[in-house]
Design a binder for this molecule. Structure first.
Ligand code: ZN
Length: 231
């Protein structure tokens, strides 16, 4: 099982190991390694709060905060750097040659630059090849979790999800991924603008041509400009 996971991981990872949007060295980590990481990060975050002149040791609301923050990073916010996704099962497409779209996949991520949350949705479309394979729908959600739960740059995150879907649906005729997301680093700091959404799209195969009907079908389906979009 571990060897298979390692193989999937090597095909899908394009960012340098150790970078915030890459996996941690030694990925996937054992539970004991994660526990040690939480202990070390807890101490370091306490020092971070000391530097900010926060008397967290005596504040009932803050005394557990260094551990809470360390656990949130390892178990949730950056889980994709430490924990592998379960193996992906694919199935024969059985002659289905239409577009397959999963839209509104929830995205919770974190900006690598400011460590503020990114939240939005991911839309994924693909067309299986002649002898093609389709994947269980929830696997697309798992791919989003694997790459989203890291420090991220939305442009690179779009490419990483696209590359993963492309690899897993071997022989596909095209893959398209659109992310629509709000960045807390824009709304809460710096320019402090609420409600601005960032839209990124990565397309390959038949979806690359602006005039292609499958591409039009994808964008009609996700209806980015109808005013009802969540971001
Ligand atoms: Zn940012």
């Amino acid at each position: 099982m571990e060897n298979k996971r390692r193989k999937i991981h090597e095909e899908l990872e394009v960012v340098k190991e150790g970078f915030a949007n890459g996996v941690a060295p030694g990925f996937p980590l054992e539970q004991s390694e994660k526990d040690k990481m939480i202990d070390e990060a807890e101490v370091a975050y306490g020092q971070f709060l000391d530097a900010l002149k926060c008397d967290w040791r005596n504040d009932p609301n803050s005394m557990e905060t260094p551990r809470r923050v360390a656990k949130a990073y390892v178990n949730d916010l950056w889980a994709g750097r430490y924990t592998a996704m379960s193996p992906i099962t694919s199935f024969p497409s059985d002659g289905y040659d239409g577009i397959i779209i999963e839209r509104n996949i929830p995205l919770t991520s974190m900006c690598s630059h400011h460590h503020q949350t990114i939240s939005g949705v991911v839309h994924i479309g693909y067309i299986a090849g002649e002898e093609g394979q389709v994947v269980g729908l929830s696997k697309l959600n798992r791919i989003v979790e694997l790459f989203g739960r890291r420090g991220a740059i939305q442009e690179q995150l779009t490419s990483a999800i696209h590359n993963a879907v492309h690899q897993i649906t071997e022989g596909n005729r095209g893959v398209i991924v659109t992310i629509v997301a709000g960045h807390n680093c824009v709304s809460c700091r710096g320019v402090k603008h609420q409600g601005a959404g960032m839209v990124t799209t990565k397309a390959s195969g038949v979806f690359r041509q602006n005039t292609n009907l499958a591409r039009k079908e994808f964008f009609d389906s996700i209806k980015i400009n109808n005013g009802n979009h969540p971001v």
